[in-house]
Design a protein around this ligand. Sequence first.
Ligand SMILES: NC(=O)c1ccc[n+]([C@@H]2O[C@H](COP(=O)([O-])OP(=O)(O)OC[C@H]3O[C@@H](n4cnc5c(N)ncnc54)[C@H](OP(=O)(O)O)[C@@H]3O)[C@@H](O)[C@H]2O)c1
Length: 263
Amino acid sequence: MDLQLSGKTAVVTGGSKGIGLAVVRLLIEEGVRVVAASRRPTPELKETGATHVAVDLSTAEGTAELADRALRELGGIDLLINNVGVGDTEDMVQGAVTSLLDLPDDAWRHSLDLHFFSALRLSRAVLPSLVERRGTIVNVSSIGARLVGGGPIDYNVAKAALNALTKVVAEQYGDRGVRAVTVSPGPVSTGVWTDPDGFIARVAREQGLTHEGLVEQLKERMGASTGRLSTPEEVARLIVFAAAPNNITGADLLVDGGIVKSA
Ligand SMILES: NC(=O)c1ccc[n+]([C@@H]2O[C@H](COP(=O)([O-])OP(=O)(O)OC[C@H]3O[C@@H](n4cnc5c(N)ncnc54)[C@H](OP(=O)(O)O)[C@@H]3O)[C@@H](O)[C@H]2O)c1
């Protein structure tokens, strides 16, 4: 299937590893010119041929620098993939193991900066170009936005805000040819789940469990119909499909193996 993406330009945040890297690879295969941002480059990203911009996207300066550099490098932007997230594992762990009354403002602020404000700030900076080119925003959210009770509370609330922002963009810019969708993964086999020093491994240590033990426990508790995690490539395929020309907007597309049972 020709996705009609050849010759387009894209910005992918958090493009150095995990889901973002899989998106960069697919976009480049489709003939898209890509600028990818993260704090540090990786050899895997370098191999793709994408242009890397090293910025901290939890700051207003970082998002402004990325927008400037991407517009200069690409000349205009067709696709904005706001994928950055998780970030410093310690923050995510804090949100997962601390109660509502004890999680400090700083943790909430940082999580909202990284997962919500980065997307808001970049969208604002890039929307004039997207309007000019009838472009698309794909925001990578999480099923945590719907199942806010489980997992890191600040993260889930930030992702719920991201879902709402997506609908605002879809509603306000639809008549100018811009679409906005969220892709919401359930658990994905990136370092977040598999790295021995990643999020799940550290939560396991906090709870006195083994990494493997907690993974099995969570898989059981979440009740995916397929019984397994998604791969980064499976999530990336949905993101790239959503970014390609179509008539989907304001929607939240799930790739979660059937964890969310309701519509
Ligand atoms: N994995 C899952 O189970 C899962 C489930 C649901 C939703 N998601 C969502 O999917 C997205 C990607 O997750 P992933 O699993 O692929 O994560 P990952 O493998 O940890 O990759 C995160 C990416 O974001 C970059 N990043 C983190 N903090 C940053 C910052 N402050 N400034 C700039 N870049 C930053 C990282 O590079 P640097 O560290 O070098 O900056 C990396 O490129 C996130 O939005 C996450 O919330 C993931």
